[in-house]
Design a protein around this ligand. Structure first.
Ligand code: ATP
Length: 479
């Protein structure tokens, strides 16, 4: 792959060609920053979601899951601070009329500097930006953009407006009467569904602090600069967990969750050097400490997950706005208090892109006699959309019957794919392209001795195994 921009482009094309991800409503030329998952993409996404859900709710003591509604009472968003604060500093290019998030514009320019080998200048620019953002110094930010002569990607000019705030929430109307009183929002994060249910879950589940509530669901943000495929979408899915703790223990639990979440990332088979922490200088309105786990995407290191120490900001505000007591009675301390919260928040779609970026490989298989190559998705078997392909060598002589018997024995346990058409070589390549870790081929010998050839995706090695061992071999790798 010549460069990493090309790699991202190659992944996007591959996703479309092989049924992973399509532009939304493509027959109408698509909708900006909205995507649909196809037959393999939705399986991959589901496997990642399940893996997160199981590791949160099953492998931790005291974490339970919920599924709250997308629509919430509008006061929720006043209490959470989103009505007043969920806005980003934006700047418009007066020639193209294109609006940019200031931090994204400057970060993109810093990436260019770094690509030109000017890393020091890039780092200095980013720290200047962090300082100005922390001080909400909008004039300073504009000056920085002008001094660096940062240009609009469309008009190519540096003719910039002043920097202004812009709210990212989508609004709609509840019921048929259109007036302000009926205005509700599409949730911009799933977290608030957890906070408003804190007492419901705590009481009905008899939960004792420390405990967590996990949730996976859609969130919506009217992102201004929506680019880089499914990295930044207007409709996306989050996997969030709020961990309720004793006030004063937040530092300890913040460190605990940083470590725990990094461990989860490493368990995906991604090496440590592809990750880094980025601690926030400018803290969100609700946080007393925050860090991002960044992964090295084809377009550079970018946030995939945020870990935030949210204090008692959310519960305190919901208590105030709802006038309902949200305190917890600690039987050990014999004391009522509002718990503090550590949040882990990871984007499901960004994780899909991370897994795709890590898995995508163009392999040169040329020999002296013949040029050859293959595109392969080296998914960890537990995340692969299809686990096992079952391929009769030819369509007759009783081979399909044996293959269908294998399918019948395996399909209840993991996702299988059956195919008769085309040469076996072509069928293998198609399975490589969707990341299927195992293929078994049924041939004439299978009729004689109940064995098949199993082919391993990554090594392309093949070996003869009894049909009775297929399930065991696959299951060993996928759980
Ligand atoms: P960014 O700075 O990239 O906009 P953020 O800091 O606003 O992200 P959070 O509010 O912390 O993001 O949301 C938690 C996670 O949700 C992010 O780490 C990311 O994985 C995901 N996420 C946020 N916005 C989007 C989006 N527009 N599209 C896809 N995923 C998103």
């Amino acid at each position: 792959m010549a460069n990493d921009v090309q790699k991202l482009q190659a992944i996007i094309s591959h996703c479309k060609e092989y049924g992973f991800i399509f532009p939304s409503s493509e027959i109408y030329d698509g909708l900006s920053a909205v995507y649909d998952y196809g037959q393999y993409g939705s399986e991959l996404k589901k496997n990642i979601r399940d893996y997160w859900w199981e590791s949160m709710t099953r492998l931790h003591d005291n974490i339970v899951g919920i599924d709250a509604a997308i629509f919430m009472h509008p006061t929720t968003w006043k209490a959470s601070g989103h009505v007043d604060n969920f806005s980003d500093p934006m700047i418009d290019n007066k020639d193209s009329q294109k609006r940019y998030r200031v931090d994204h514009l400057i970060e993109a320019y810093a990436d260019e500097l770094e690509a030109e080998g000017k890393k020091e200048e890039a780092d200095a620019l980013l720290s200047a930006m962090d300082r100005l953002l922390a001080a909400s110094d909008f004039q300073g930010l504009k000056k920085l953009i002008e001094e660096k002569k940062i240009k609009c990607g469309i008009s190519g000019t540096s003719n910039w407006s002043d920097v202004r705030q812009f709210n990212l929430m989508f609004s709609t109307q509840l019921g048929s009467v259109t007036d302000e009183a009926n205005e509700i929002f599409l949730r911009p994060e799933t977290a608030q569904g957890i906070f408003v249910n804190f007492q419901n879950v705590q009481k009905t589940g008899r939960m004792k602090i420390p405990f967590g509530i996990a949730q996976v669901g859609k969130a919506f943000r009217n992102e201004i600069v929506a680019r880089q495929f499914i990295f930044r979408m207007r409709e996306f899915e989050q996997m969030e967990m709020q961990y309720f703790i004793k006030p004063g223990s937040q530092k300890e639990w913040y460190e605990y969750w940083k470590k725990d979440r990094m461990q989860w990332h490493l368990s995906l088979g991604i090496p440590l050097e592809k990750y880094r922490f980025h601690d926030h200088v400018k803290l969100a309105h609700y946080a007393d400490a925050a860090t991002d786990i960044e992964y090295e995407f084809p377009m550079g290191f970018k946030e995939v997950e945020g870990i935030h120490s949210r204090t008692d900001f959310d519960l305190k505000n919901h208590q105030e706005y709802s006038r309902k007591k949200l305190t917890y009675f600690d039987t050990e301390l014999n004391q009522h208090y509002l718990p503090y919260v550590i949040e882990t928040s990871i984007g499901l779609d960004r994780t899909v892109l991370m897994i795709l970026s890590e898995a995508y490989l163009e392999e040169d298989l040329s020999t002296t006699e013949k040029k050859d190559s293959r595109v392969i998705l080296k998914f960890p078997p537990k995340l692969a959309p299809v686990k096992l392909a079952i391929l009769p060598l030819i369509k007759k002589d009783g081979l399909p019957e044996i293959a269908r018997e294998i399918l019948g024995a395996c399909r209840a346990h993991f996702r299988c794919f059956y195919e008769e058409k085309d040469t076996i070589g072509k069928r293998y390549r198609r399975m490589d392209a969707i990341g299927t870790p195992f293929c078994v081929t049924v041939d004439h010998q299978s009729r004689e001795d109940q064995t098949v050839t199993i082919r391993y995706r990554d090594s392309m090695n093949q070996e003869r195994i009894p049909i009775t061992r297929i399930r065991e071999i696959v299951e060993k790798e996928i759980f």
